[in-house]
Design a protein around this ligand. Structure first.
Ligand code: C5P
Length: 221
């Protein structure tokens, strides 16, 4: 592992879940732990990068030499990501962003008066797509967590979201992915792919950062 591989390169990583408020005390979210994104931030800092970690709510400590920007909702994460454009050369979208948010957040706690209730949901912005179509577009890497047809969906996302690379993750297998300590992935880019076998997220993060750095540096030259 070359500790100077990303010397002076500014890298932004999104990590963790987002929370979409229903009322002042309730929210919609998901089981993302943030472990993979934090491990990537730590590995990138070890490779000499200047790292901004845009993080949804997690129980994790901020890795050393990493600047953490705390956010709650997908809209907050989108705004924080846009604020990083223009100073970041590599963007890695590892966050499990909520696809929808309540159309309205009630000002007061909702009372349980009726036997049933409906919450109308509206689409959240796609952060990694917004980054990839930005005028100051960084080298953009996404993740695809799928339970079936992993590679087909991942390749589709690579193209549809205009990404430089995508990391495909089989979340049907509970020993890897969400909340697990291990992960195994296949990385795809427009002209190739590489599979990384199951290992701890820290070790996997180091391999991913090496691969991302190689692709980024060869795209630069
Ligand atoms: O479309 P899907 O959610 O499966 O795409 C996953 C990839 O897109 C991940 O890299 C994730 O961080 C990113 N994403 C995003 N903003 C969203 C939804 C997903 O950046 N609103």
């Amino acid at each position: 592992f070359n500790s100077r591989l990303l010397d002076g390169i500014h890298l932004t990583i999104t990590a963790g879940p987002t929370r979409e408020a229903i009322d002042p005390v309730r929210y919609i979210s998901n089981h993302s732990s943030g472990k993979m994104g934090y491990a990537l931030a730590s590995a990138a800092a070890d490779a000499g990068a200047r790292v901004s970690l845009i993080s949804g709510p997690t129980n994790l400590a901020c890795p050393e030499r990493v600047k953490r920007i705390d956010v709650v909702s997908a809209s907050d994460m989108h705004d924080a990501a846009m604020a990083e454009m223009g100073q970041c050369q590599v963007f890695i979208a590892c966050a499990a962003v909520a696809d929808y948010r309540p159309a309205n957040c009630a000002e007061q706690k909702i009372k349980k008066t009726d036997d049933s209730m409906r919450i109308e949901l509206v689409r959240n912005p796609d952060i990694v797509s917004a980054v990839a179509s930005h005028p100051q577009r960084p080298f953009t890497v996404g993740f695809a967590a799928e339970t079936q047809d992993l590679l087909r969906y991942a390749k589709d996302k690579l193209e549809r979201k205009n990404l430089d690379m995508i990391v495909a993750n089989d979340v049907a297998n509970t020993s890897i992915g969400f909340n697990a300590n291990d992960n195994a992935v296949t990385v795809l880019w427009p002209t190739g792919n590489q599979t990384i076998a199951q290992m701890g997220k820290r070790q996997l993060a180091a391999q991913l950062i090496t691969l991302i750095a190689q692709r980024f540096l060869s795209a630069e030259n």
